[in-house]
Design a protein. Sequence first.
Length: 483
Amino acid sequence: MRLLRAFALSFTACCLIGSPVQADDTDTPTPAQLKMLAMLQDKVAVNPNHSDGWRSLGRLQDTLGMTDDAGQSFLKAVSLDEHNAAAHFDRGQYLSTQDPVAANHHFQRVFEIAPKSHYADQLRSQGIRAVGEPNARNNRPEPITTDSSDDVDGSSMRLASYEIQTFDGSDDVETRKLELEKQAEDQLAKAVGQPTSPIRWYLETGLLYNDNITLTPISRELAQSDSASFQGFASPDVDWKIVNRDAMRLGPLFRGYFTLNESAFSQFNLASFQPGVFVEHDRPVGQSDTIFRLETVYSRDLFDGSTVGDRLAGTLSATTILPSLDAYYLYLTLADSDFRDDGSLPTQTSLDGTTYTTGISRFSRTRWKRLPTYAIGVDLERADTVGDDYRYWSFNSHASMTYHWTNRWSLIPTLGLGYRSYADFTGPVSRDEFFWRLHGRLQYACSERLKIALVAGHDRFATDNDDYDTERTEGGLVMTWTN
């Protein structure tokens, strides 16, 4: 406990898409569908030579009953890229009830371009075969029945993952740092006979200007869109130590992340509810103190009141405080996700599955008064999704430091770098991506518990696949309040 108390003195001094586009039960498009239609029209206007952009537009137009426009969009997609198997597949489905011969021509192109793709498998499941395959037929194919929860595109718009505020793992480190600081303060207070509260809470709230609100880590449109908005947000983090002994703590926890956008973008209002339970145990390991923690968290995320998906996650972690008062944080998380929208072809587009994440971070002290602490970390992640297009492994790294200008003013920059490999992606262009983020925080400490900060940051996702290449810039005023 000696190291934990000293740690307190040291450190307390210093993620459419919007909601998936769904077919409506009536002939009248919903506001979300009309908004998405406008976005896709803007996308092809800016980049008229992008085949998949026209394909995306055609699929939504077909969903909205804009049959003639959809036909033109599918034709444009095929003419721009004769080797786009997905475009041939959609064009063939569109023509299947109008011109079976022309439809079969496009289906044969699918077999020629991507004979082992899910598009080809889907055609075979309808009884359509490539020329020369057994049971080949040239009669009219059976059209695919599109589920009402299908999104507008099998590639350009998709739910992504479940991190809420950042994409590189730095959120988990910051959360653990806050928990450590509170625990260390409690140990210090007990040592001097002061009362402590069994409840630790932290609230971050503020107003941001976000130039791409559709880009959120739980559900992101992986293409730049004209969707800038002022955005209010609140992020609570609470735990209650029902059992609070010297070496063991047990109780419930709650985290969340909530946003409120301008009225024109209300369909992107995010609500993430994350209740759970935790247990901690302190043990000396050599000359160091180690805190072992096990927590289970259930998450439910909604866009504008409609459920996006659920996740059940378990995290086992160990935080070791060295005699130098540096600290290491090691963790392993297993998370099982269930998204409401599995797409038109779940074996390709579903995000359901298990994610395995492990990482290590170090909190370090320096001898410089103005630069007292910094943190660095790396994470490895494997997403074993049902859909091939969203199965990946990734490497992430992140770093931050605190620079004190005065006793009240601090500058806190944060940098994240990462790479994701989608080896099973079925599209014609690889979606492997390199991503980076650079954020900064100019913070004023009104008191020990209340801080106000000006924040700004940029997230960039760079890939050769235009449907997944995107970025976001945001900035604003943020307040943090702790007990």
